[in-house]
Write a protein that binds this ligand. Sequence first.
Ligand code: ADP
Length: 499
Amino acid sequence: MDTETLHPDTDPKQLAHALSGFNLIDGKLVRACSGRTFPVVNPATGLQIGTAASSDAKDIALAVEAAQRAQPAWAAIAARKRGMLVAECARLLNAHVEELGRLVALETGKALRTESRVEASVVADALQFYGGLGSELKGESVPFSPEMLTVTTREAIGVVGVIIPWNAPMMLMALKIAPAIVAGNCVVVKSAEEAPLAVLRVCQILNQLLPQGVLNIVSGFGPECGAPLVSHPGVGKITFTGSVETGRLIAKAAGDKLIPVTLELGGKSPMIVMDDADLDRAVAGAVAGMRFTRQGQSCTAASRIFVHERVHDEFVAKVRAKVDAMKMGDPLDEATDIGTLISREQRDKVLGYVEAGRVSAGASAIECSALPADDALRDGLFVRPVLFTGLGNDSRLAREEIFGPVTCFIKFSHYEEALAQANDSDFGLAATIWTRDLKTALDASRRLQAGFVQINQNIVVQPGLSYGGVKQSGLGREASLEAMLDHFTHKKTVIFNMQ
Ligand code: ADP
């Protein structure tokens, strides 16, 4: 099938086939210089749905050169006009939400209704949000001296390298490319090897409106394709979401070049449930916060839930009942709440943690929901969600990021004890507290060590709200105006001597 004939109603399998083996460089779909590809597999069936270009330093060089060629003219367009074009991209993408949702469900195993369609609409939302911020790329006037007019301006960095993971590939890409492009940069994206197709399709759609070379995307493996993007001399900034280990490698390589990096890394996000909380709301919030609809594959997932001893048993029972009622099945089926994990490797890792928890002294593992009975899904990477009680905050399961449907419920008797344990973690991405007591809520909002704190609610990343972590959870913020200004521009000071 010719990619020109793709339209919003195209079947996701046909789409995957049509996009197979391509990068998008300088406005054109091109194959890797080496001609190599790697398979893309549907995790719900284990069947191959297509291929992706297996790119290396040569392909990266072509993409960076295309971005470098396009960048001066792109930055010369008035900022508000760049924004308007990005807002138009959002409108165009809105017509493709269903198609993109289905494609990302096919390649990641995330359920269409609860996750994938939502992700596709957040992509359009993020572009819309940043599209309106072009005129916010403004500077200041500084009262330095009466004889001098002193101003600051915001300038684009140049070429930005964007490295993304597979768990919410389109959304995480959009939160990086939209501010980068509105700020006047050109971009080279390196997609995740497990989910290269939906992001390629997003870039292909956006290239209908953006000048060629402004947005390029290349697929491949981390060391062969991601590392050359970081080290390429033409790249002036890297923005990355992924694991702590890779984040550290990228920060080191960027350090050698002395270029800035934004890192959104892991989390082990705590949720505290006080005994005065509105328990039913807290239960609903915990179920949403655990992100089991995405099989727990979220860095913000509430994976340590500290529950006051007076309500602990009732709370866990209510959460269990809700998770039990969730339907695991074909990600493309509208009735499905929970899809699959992304890969065999990830599934084995998660099952390893579950086994380690099961044999820990004092622990109980509550397995919820039921595996799908459909024969076509028998090789699917489904894992039953597990709620652990009786594990301490010092256990491996409470300290390491599992990235699977596994939550530790930890009983506490005093607020201070819960707070100390919540903060006793290498990570600091998100945190939540449920309480009706204003003083406790305020105190927790100040003392919880996290970049994103929620009181009596649980929402996911939203355009307009700064998002990012402290400690090992990363460097910098995303999703906000400040993220665009601080992470995708240089500030220049200009002094006019008027004498
Ligand atoms: P995950 O466990 O989510 O796969 P990774 O951090 O390994 O996390 O991967 C996130 C992204 O980083 C992927 O696109 C991957 O290909 C890329 N990546 C992995 N290793 C490197 C590396 N050495 N340099 C640059 N990018 C890398």
